[in-house]
Design a binder for this molecule. Structure first.
Ligand code: AP5
Ligand code: MG
Length: 183
C-alpha cells in the first residue's frame, strides 16, 4: 500500500498519517520531519530555506527519498507526507515507481478552509515548535503550496488516484473519511 498525502500547510497531513500508519502498520514518512532533523554538511543550506517556508532543492530531495524508500521498512508500503511536492518530484517519483513495476494506490487530498488553516498554525506557533509557523512565513507557505504543489492534483487526477477529503472536521472525523477512501 503506497499512499501520498497532499494538502496545504496545517491541513493535517502529519496527524492523519500518524493515525493511518498505526492502523496499517506501514511507515509514515514525513519529509518535513526528515529535513528538520537533518544533520551533516547540507543541514545549514536546507534549514536556512525550510525555516522560512522555502522548499529544499529538488536535486537534494530526489536522492534523499530514493535512499529512504529503498529501506527494508518500506517493502510493504508507506505513507508519504510531504513528498512529492513539486512537479519535477512527482514525475521523477512516477518514473521510479514504473521502473520498479510498482504503483501508487491513492493520493489523499486534504481540503481545509483557509481561516481554519491559519488558526491551526497560529495555535501551534504559540508552542514555538516550528520556526516556519511564524506569521511572516505562513502566508508564503500557502503561496508556495498553491504555485508548486497544488498542480500535482491535476497530474494525479488524470491517473484517477485523488481522494478528496473534507479536512475541516475533527481529526477523528477526517480519519474516518480517510479510512473509507483508502480501503
Ligand atoms: P512539512 O513539515 O510537510 O510542513 P507543511 O506542509 O507546511 O505542513 P504542516 O506540517 O505544518 O501541516 P500538516 O498538514 O502536516 O498538518 P498537522 O498534522 O501538522 O514541511 C515543512 C517544510 O519542509 C516545507 O515547507 C518545505 O520547506 C520543506 N519540505 C518538506 N518536504 C519537501 C519536499 N518534498 N521538497 C522540498 N521541500 C520540502 O496539523 C497542523 C496543526 O493542526 C497541528 O497543531 C495539529 O494538531 C492540528 N490539527 C490537525 N488536524 C486537525 C483537525 N482535524 N482539527 C483541528 N486541529 C487539527
Ligand atoms: Mg506536517
Amino acid at each position: 500500500m503506497k499512499i501520498v498525502f497532499i494538502g496545504p500547510p496545517g491541513a493535517g497531513k502529519g496527524t492523519q498519517c500518524k493515525m493511518l500508519s498505526g492502523k496499517l502498520k506501514i511507515p509514515h514518512i514525513s519529509t518535513g520531519e526528515m529535513l528538520r532533523n537533518l544533520g551533516g554538511d547540507s543541514a545549514q543550506m536546507v534549514h536556512s530555506r525550510i525555516d522560512r517556508g522555502h522548499f529544499a532543492p529538488d536535486d537534494f530531495m530526489l536522492p534523499l527519498m530514493k535512499d529512504r524508500l529503498s529501506q527494508p521498512d518500506c517493502e510493504s508500503g508507506y505513507l508519504l507526507d510531504g513528498f512529492p511536492r513539486t512537479m519535477l518530484q512527482a514525475e521523477a517519483f512516477d518514473a521510479s515507481l514504473s521502473a520498479a513495476d510498482h504503483q501508487l494506490e491513492h493520493v489523499v487530498h486534504l481540503e481545509v478552509d483557509p481561516e481554519e488553516l491559519i488558526a491551526r498554525l497560529a495555535f501551534r506557533q504559540r508552542t514555538g515548535e516550528r520556526l516556519d509557523d511564524s506569521a511572516e512565513f505562513i502566508r508564503e507557505r500557502f503561496q508556495i503550496y498553491a504555485e508548486r504543489t497544488a498542480p500535482l492534483l491535476s497530474f494525479y487526477r488524470e491517473q484517477g488516484l485523488v481522494r478528496d477529503i473534507n479536512g475541516t472536521q475533527s481529526a477523528e472525523e477526517v480519519f474516518a473519511e480517510v479510512l473509507a477512501a483508502t480501503s
